[in-house]
Design a binder for this molecule. Structure first.
Ligand SMILES: CC(C)(COP(=O)(O)OP(=O)(O)OC[C@H]1O[C@@H](n2cnc3c(N)ncnc32)[C@H](O)[C@@H]1OP(=O)(O)O)[C@@H](O)C(=O)NCCC(=O)NCCS
Length: 162
C-alpha cells in the first residue's frame, strides 16, 4: 500500500441520529445502555467500512462510560470517524450526544473507541488503506489511538494466555 492510496480521515465520518422510542428505553424512561452500545457499534462499523471499503468485524470495544441519560423523545446523535489505521485493524472514535428536539439543548452522553479488522475475500484479516491526516485534531487523535492500541493488545494477550 503506498501513501498515494491513503484516504482522508474526514472521508470516513458518519453521523447517525436516532429518536429514542419507548422500545429503546428502560423502566426509568431512558435509553438502555445496551441500545446505545448497539448504535455505537453500528455507527463505528459504517465509518470503518467507509474507510476500508471492506467488510469489517469488531475486534474490541474499549471501556464505555455513560455520562448522561438520553430520555424517550430525545434524539441520540452519534458521530463516528476513523482515528488511526494500524495494519489490518483501525480504531474508530464515536461521540454520542443527546438533543432535546424542543429546545435544541445538547449534552454529551458517551465517548467510545472501537477497533475493527478488515476482512478479505477469504474471510481473513487484510490490510486497510492508510489514513491521511489533515488537521492537528486528526494528528492528535492518531497519536492517542496508537497509545490506546498498545494497552488494548496487552489486555488481549493477557486474556489469550492459558
Ligand atoms: C478480530 C479477529 C478478526 C482477529 O483475527 P486473528 O486471527 O486474531 O488475527 P490477528 O492476530 O492477525 O489480528 C488481526 C488484527 O486484529 C487486531 N486485533 C486482534 N484482536 C484485537 C483486540 N482484542 N483489540 C484490538 N485489536 C485486535 C490485531 O492487532 C491485528 O491488527 P493489525 O494488523 O492492525 O496489527 C478475530 O479474532 C475474530 O474474528 N474475532 C471475532 C470478531 C467478531 O465476531 N466480532 C463481533 C461481531 S462483528
Amino acid at each position: 500500500m503506498t501513501d498515494a492510496e491513503a484516504k482522508p480521515a474526514a472521508a470516513s465520518h458518519v453521523d447517525v441520529t436516532h429518536l429514542v422510542m419507548p422500545s429503546d428505553a428502560n423502566m426509568l424512561g431512558t435509553a438502555f445502555g445496551g441500545m446505545v452500545m448497539q448504535w455505537t457499534d453500528l455507527a463505528a462499523s459504517m465509518a470503518a467500512m467507509r474507510h476500508a471499503r471492506l467488510p469489517v468485524v469488531t475486534a474490541s470495544i474499549d471501556q464505555l462510560s455513560f455520562l448522561a441519560p438520553i430520555r424517550i423523545g430525545q434524539m441520540a446523535i452519534l458521530s463516528a470517524q476513523v482515528n488511526a489505521v494500524f495494519g489490518t485493524s483501525m480504531e474508530v472514535g464515536v461521540e454520542v450526544v443527546s438533543e432535546d428536539p424542543r429546545t435544541g439543548e445538547r449534552r454529551k452522553c458517551c465517548d467510545a473507541f472501537l477497533t475493527f479488522v478488515g476482512l478479505g475475500p477469504d474471510g481473513r484479516p487484510t490490510r486497510v488503506a492508510p489514513l491521511a491526516l489533515a488537521t492537528d485534531a486528526e494528528r492528535r487523535r492518531d497519536r492517542e489511538a496508537r497509545a490506546r492500541r498498545a494497552a488494548r493488545l496487552s489486555l488481549r494477550d493477557a486474556l489469550r494466555a492459558p
